[in-house]
Write a protein that binds this ligand. Structure first.
Ligand code: PGA
Length: 223
Protein backbone atom coordinates (compact mmCIF):
# COMPACT_ATOMS: atom_id res chain seq x y z
CA UNK A 1 0.00 0.00 0.00
CA UNK A 2 0.93 3.68 -0.10
CA UNK A 3 2.39 3.71 3.41
CA UNK A 4 4.71 0.80 2.50
CA UNK A 5 5.79 2.46 -0.74
CA UNK A 6 6.89 5.55 1.11
CA UNK A 7 9.02 3.40 3.41
CA UNK A 8 6.97 4.41 6.41
CA UNK A 9 7.38 1.08 8.12
CA UNK A 10 10.28 1.81 10.43
CA UNK A 11 12.12 0.19 13.25
CA UNK A 12 14.26 -2.79 14.13
CA UNK A 13 13.26 -6.32 13.30
CA UNK A 14 14.91 -8.85 15.60
CA UNK A 15 14.99 -12.42 14.37
CA UNK A 16 16.35 -15.52 16.05
CA UNK A 17 16.78 -18.43 13.73
CA UNK A 18 18.34 -21.88 13.47
CA UNK A 19 21.68 -22.10 11.67
CA UNK A 20 20.24 -24.05 8.76
CA UNK A 21 18.29 -20.97 7.59
CA UNK A 22 21.54 -19.18 6.83
CA UNK A 23 21.31 -20.78 3.37
CA UNK A 24 18.26 -18.76 2.36
CA UNK A 25 17.22 -16.22 4.97
CA UNK A 26 19.87 -13.55 4.30
CA UNK A 27 19.02 -13.86 0.58
CA UNK A 28 15.31 -13.33 1.25
CA UNK A 29 16.17 -10.27 3.34
CA UNK A 30 17.53 -8.56 0.22
CA UNK A 31 14.19 -7.92 -1.48
CA UNK A 32 12.51 -7.36 1.90
CA UNK A 33 14.93 -4.57 2.86
CA UNK A 34 14.53 -3.07 -0.63
CA UNK A 35 10.80 -2.90 -0.12
CA UNK A 36 11.03 -1.59 3.46
CA UNK A 37 14.14 0.60 3.63
CA UNK A 38 13.09 1.92 7.05
CA UNK A 39 13.41 -1.49 8.68
CA UNK A 40 16.78 -2.57 10.13
CA UNK A 41 17.21 -6.26 10.67
CA UNK A 42 19.20 -8.07 13.29
CA UNK A 43 19.61 -11.80 12.87
CA UNK A 44 20.83 -14.22 15.55
CA UNK A 45 21.76 -17.76 14.59
CA UNK A 46 21.68 -20.70 16.99
CA UNK A 47 20.36 -24.27 16.98
CA UNK A 48 16.94 -25.58 17.95
CA UNK A 49 17.83 -25.67 21.64
CA UNK A 50 19.21 -22.13 21.51
CA UNK A 51 15.93 -20.85 20.04
CA UNK A 52 14.05 -22.16 23.08
CA UNK A 53 16.44 -20.21 25.29
CA UNK A 54 15.97 -16.98 23.26
CA UNK A 55 12.20 -17.48 23.38
CA UNK A 56 12.41 -17.80 27.11
CA UNK A 57 14.37 -14.53 27.31
CA UNK A 58 11.91 -12.86 24.90
CA UNK A 59 14.92 -11.52 22.99
CA UNK A 60 13.42 -11.32 19.47
CA UNK A 61 10.26 -10.40 17.54
CA UNK A 62 10.14 -13.67 15.65
CA UNK A 63 11.83 -17.07 15.83
CA UNK A 64 12.37 -19.36 12.86
CA UNK A 65 12.89 -23.12 13.10
CA UNK A 66 11.55 -26.33 11.67
CA UNK A 67 10.39 -28.25 14.76
CA UNK A 68 7.81 -26.28 16.72
CA UNK A 69 8.67 -26.85 20.42
CA UNK A 70 5.86 -28.89 21.99
CA UNK A 71 6.56 -27.82 25.55
CA UNK A 72 6.17 -24.06 24.93
CA UNK A 73 3.02 -22.02 24.39
CA UNK A 74 3.66 -20.43 20.98
CA UNK A 75 1.82 -19.19 17.91
CA UNK A 76 3.26 -20.80 14.78
CA UNK A 77 3.03 -20.24 11.03
CA UNK A 78 4.26 -22.71 8.42
CA UNK A 79 6.04 -20.58 5.81
CA UNK A 80 8.53 -22.38 3.55
CA UNK A 81 9.29 -25.98 2.62
CA UNK A 82 12.39 -27.55 4.13
CA UNK A 83 12.97 -30.96 2.53
CA UNK A 84 15.63 -33.14 4.17
CA UNK A 85 17.82 -35.23 1.86
CA UNK A 86 20.47 -37.95 2.15
CA UNK A 87 23.85 -36.64 1.00
CA UNK A 88 26.86 -38.60 -0.24
CA UNK A 89 30.09 -37.74 -2.07
CA UNK A 90 29.41 -37.55 -5.83
CA UNK A 91 31.43 -40.72 -6.55
CA UNK A 92 29.79 -42.90 -3.87
CA UNK A 93 28.53 -46.29 -5.23
CA UNK A 94 25.02 -45.63 -3.85
CA UNK A 95 24.59 -42.69 -6.24
CA UNK A 96 23.92 -45.28 -8.98
CA UNK A 97 21.08 -46.96 -7.10
CA UNK A 98 17.38 -46.09 -7.04
CA UNK A 99 14.92 -46.29 -4.15
CA UNK A 100 17.64 -47.32 -1.73
CA UNK A 101 16.09 -48.89 1.39
CA UNK A 102 16.63 -46.80 4.49
CA UNK A 103 18.22 -49.84 6.21
CA UNK A 104 21.03 -49.61 3.65
CA UNK A 105 21.80 -46.05 4.83
CA UNK A 106 22.14 -47.35 8.39
CA UNK A 107 24.99 -49.59 7.21
CA UNK A 108 27.12 -46.61 6.12
CA UNK A 109 29.19 -44.45 8.44
CA UNK A 110 27.08 -41.42 9.32
CA UNK A 111 27.85 -37.81 10.23
CA UNK A 112 25.44 -36.39 12.79
CA UNK A 113 24.59 -32.84 13.91
CA UNK A 114 25.16 -31.96 17.59
CA UNK A 115 22.61 -32.68 20.31
CA UNK A 116 20.29 -29.66 20.49
CA UNK A 117 19.92 -29.60 16.69
CA UNK A 118 16.42 -29.90 15.22
CA UNK A 119 17.78 -31.72 12.18
CA UNK A 120 19.33 -34.31 14.46
CA UNK A 121 15.98 -34.82 16.22
CA UNK A 122 14.23 -35.56 12.94
CA UNK A 123 16.96 -37.96 11.78
CA UNK A 124 17.05 -39.77 15.11
CA UNK A 125 13.26 -40.17 15.18
CA UNK A 126 13.20 -41.54 11.65
CA UNK A 127 15.78 -44.25 12.36
CA UNK A 128 14.20 -45.06 15.73
CA UNK A 129 10.86 -45.52 13.98
CA UNK A 130 12.46 -48.02 11.61
CA UNK A 131 14.24 -49.75 14.50
CA UNK A 132 17.58 -48.95 12.92
CA UNK A 133 20.75 -47.83 14.61
CA UNK A 134 22.94 -45.31 12.83
CA UNK A 135 26.68 -45.84 12.73
CA UNK A 136 27.62 -42.35 13.87
CA UNK A 137 31.26 -41.80 13.08
CA UNK A 138 31.42 -38.09 13.69
CA UNK A 139 29.34 -35.43 15.35
CA UNK A 140 29.59 -31.87 14.00
CA UNK A 141 27.72 -28.71 14.97
CA UNK A 142 27.81 -27.11 11.52
CA UNK A 143 26.06 -28.05 8.26
CA UNK A 144 28.97 -26.63 6.28
CA UNK A 145 31.48 -28.76 8.21
CA UNK A 146 29.29 -31.81 7.60
CA UNK A 147 29.31 -31.13 3.85
CA UNK A 148 33.11 -30.94 3.91
CA UNK A 149 33.31 -34.17 5.91
CA UNK A 150 31.05 -35.96 3.39
CA UNK A 151 33.32 -34.84 0.55
CA UNK A 152 36.27 -36.02 2.63
CA UNK A 153 34.75 -39.51 2.62
CA UNK A 154 33.92 -39.66 6.32
CA UNK A 155 30.33 -40.78 5.78
CA UNK A 156 26.82 -39.87 4.68
CA UNK A 157 24.48 -37.41 6.33
CA UNK A 158 20.92 -36.09 6.21
CA UNK A 159 20.57 -32.34 5.91
CA UNK A 160 18.17 -29.72 4.65
CA UNK A 161 18.22 -29.44 0.84
CA UNK A 162 18.71 -25.73 1.46
CA UNK A 163 22.32 -26.47 2.46
CA UNK A 164 22.95 -27.05 -1.26
CA UNK A 165 21.44 -23.72 -2.31
CA UNK A 166 24.58 -22.29 -3.90
CA UNK A 167 26.33 -25.48 -5.01
CA UNK A 168 25.37 -25.15 -8.67
CA UNK A 169 25.67 -27.89 -11.24
CA UNK A 170 29.29 -28.95 -10.75
CA UNK A 171 28.97 -30.39 -7.33
CA UNK A 172 31.07 -32.52 -5.03
CA UNK A 173 27.92 -33.75 -3.26
CA UNK A 174 25.10 -35.99 -4.50
CA UNK A 175 21.57 -36.41 -3.22
CA UNK A 176 20.83 -40.14 -2.87
CA UNK A 177 17.53 -41.59 -4.05
CA UNK A 178 16.40 -43.17 -0.78
CA UNK A 179 12.90 -44.61 -0.25
CA UNK A 180 10.80 -42.18 1.79
CA UNK A 181 13.01 -39.19 0.96
CA UNK A 182 13.01 -36.25 0.84
CA UNK A 183 11.47 -35.93 4.29
CA UNK A 184 8.90 -33.16 3.92
CA UNK A 185 9.69 -30.63 6.58
CA UNK A 186 8.79 -26.97 6.87
CA UNK A 187 10.17 -23.77 8.28
CA UNK A 188 7.93 -22.23 10.91
CA UNK A 189 7.85 -18.71 12.24
CA UNK A 190 6.87 -18.73 15.90
CA UNK A 191 6.43 -16.30 18.76
CA UNK A 192 5.12 -16.62 22.33
CA UNK A 193 1.32 -16.83 22.64
CA UNK A 194 -0.12 -13.65 24.05
CA UNK A 195 2.75 -11.51 22.83
CA UNK A 196 1.66 -8.50 20.76
CA UNK A 197 3.59 -8.67 17.51
CA UNK A 198 5.29 -5.40 16.51
CA UNK A 199 4.40 -3.78 13.16
CA UNK A 200 7.80 -4.75 11.71
CA UNK A 201 7.36 -8.31 13.01
CA UNK A 202 3.93 -8.57 11.39
CA UNK A 203 5.30 -7.07 8.15
CA UNK A 204 8.08 -9.66 7.93
CA UNK A 205 5.74 -12.54 8.77
CA UNK A 206 3.34 -11.46 5.99
CA UNK A 207 6.26 -11.13 3.61
CA UNK A 208 7.49 -14.67 4.33
CA UNK A 209 3.97 -16.06 3.96
CA UNK A 210 3.38 -14.33 0.64
CA UNK A 211 6.78 -14.43 -1.03
CA UNK A 212 9.06 -16.73 0.94
CA UNK A 213 8.54 -19.94 -1.00
CA UNK A 214 8.82 -18.23 -4.36
CA UNK A 215 12.05 -16.37 -3.57
CA UNK A 216 13.66 -19.45 -2.00
CA UNK A 217 12.92 -21.65 -5.01
CA UNK A 218 13.62 -19.07 -7.70
CA UNK A 219 17.14 -18.23 -6.65
CA UNK A 220 18.45 -21.61 -5.57
CA UNK A 221 20.23 -24.28 -7.62
CA UNK A 222 18.66 -27.37 -6.17
CA UNK A 223 19.97 -30.80 -7.16
P1 PGA B 1 19.06 -27.05 13.50
O1 PGA B 1 17.81 -26.49 12.77
O2 PGA B 1 19.27 -28.47 13.07
O3 PGA B 1 20.15 -26.12 13.03
O4 PGA B 1 18.75 -26.94 14.97
C1 PGA B 1 16.89 -27.13 11.98
C2 PGA B 1 15.57 -27.29 12.67
O5 PGA B 1 14.99 -26.35 13.26
O6 PGA B 1 15.06 -28.42 12.57
Amino acid sequence: DIADMKGMKQGQLKLSTVTTTKYFLPRILGPFCDRYPGIDVSLKFTNHEGIQQYLHENSSDLYILSQVPENLDVVSYKVIENPLVVLAPYNHPLTKERQIPIARIAEEPFIMRESGSGTRQVVQKLFDRHDLKLKVRLELSSNEAIKQAIVGGLGLSILSRHTLALEGMTKPLAVLDVAGFPIQNYWYVIYPSGKQLSVVGRTFLNYLQQEGEQITEASAFFN
